[in-house]
Design a protein around this ligand. Structure first.
Ligand SMILES: [Mg+2]
Length: 250
């Protein structure tokens, strides 16, 4: 993967960028964890705060907006309300109140349940590990594991399950996950984008790099200062200022 180091944008440059594109009716694609809310050790309680609820509702009134997340639709809508959602890293599409899934989704949904049941015992084998059942995936959360060697052992275990059951292994901040092969945020965003229309894509994690890479014509924005394929980088604390600057309503 070709990596480029991009300077984190200063706030006034960000506002300049927002002002330059706000009247071009861009489609907006926003990651959730680490982008709109901080990463926390207990992801199951990472609800949106009041400020974010208000901000999202203003953005969605001004622009065609999608939340693009690894979470499933039911969970993310319980945190933020009913918005357009691209869920499970691009395996489910909840658009204008209707939910669609990629072909083969239900087979992977069954397989994921089986893998969850058969491997839940790993929480006893690896102290601190938490395992979550997702529809079409299994999430292994390592945020409470302090030992590096135990984290590595969890990764090895998940890698071997991925190989054995032909699922894709994804690793991110404090997590590794079994997910449906061939599905990623980049492909999903491309599917819902309108041709020749500007898009803004903001995200913080490895899965968002797929979105940046596959949509090089978009305004791609990485949250954080790690190497990225995005055109711009901003700090977590600047994301909301940027979104606020995009709002066109009085
Ligand atoms: Mg994220």
């Amino acid at each position: 993967m070709l990596l480029t180091v991009i300077m984190t944008m200063h706030e006034n440059k960000l506002l300049e960028l927002a002002n330059g594109i706000k009247y071009m009716a861009p489609q907006i694609f926003l990651d959730y964890d680490g982008t709109l809310v901080p990463i926390i050790k207990d992801p199951e309680i990472n609800q949106a705060d009041c400020e974010l609820i208000g901000l999202l509702s203003s953005i969605a009134r001004s622009y065609e907006t999608y939340i693009v997340t690894g979470r499933d639709v039911r969970e993310i809508t319980s945190f933020i309300g009913d918005y357009n959602i691209i869920g499970l890293h691009g395996a489910t599409f909840h658009i204008n109140g209707e939910t669609l899934v990629v072909p083969g989704f239900h087979e992977y949904e069954e397989l994921s349940l089986k893998l969850y049941d058969e491997n839940y015992y790993l929480v006893n084998k690896f102290p601190g590990l938490r395992i979550y059942r997702k529809s079409g995936g299994v999430l292994f959360h390592t945020g409470n594991i302090t030992s590096k060697s135990i984290r590595k052992a969890v990764m090895e275990e998940v890698k071997s399950l991925a190989l054995q059951y032909n699922m894709e292994m994804y690793t991110g901040i404090d997590i590794c996950e079994l997910r449906i092969p061939g599905v990623n945020k980049g492909r999903a965003i491309k599917m819902v984008r309108n041709a020749n229309r500007l898009a803004i894509i903001i995200g913080d994690d490895a899965t968002d790099e797929d979105a940046f890479q596959m949509n090089p014509d978009a305004i791609t924005i990485k949250v954080g200062n790690q190497d990225t394929l995005a055109r711009y980088s901003i700090s977590y604390s600047s994301v909301r200022s940027f979104l606020r600057a995009l709002i066109t309503e009085p």
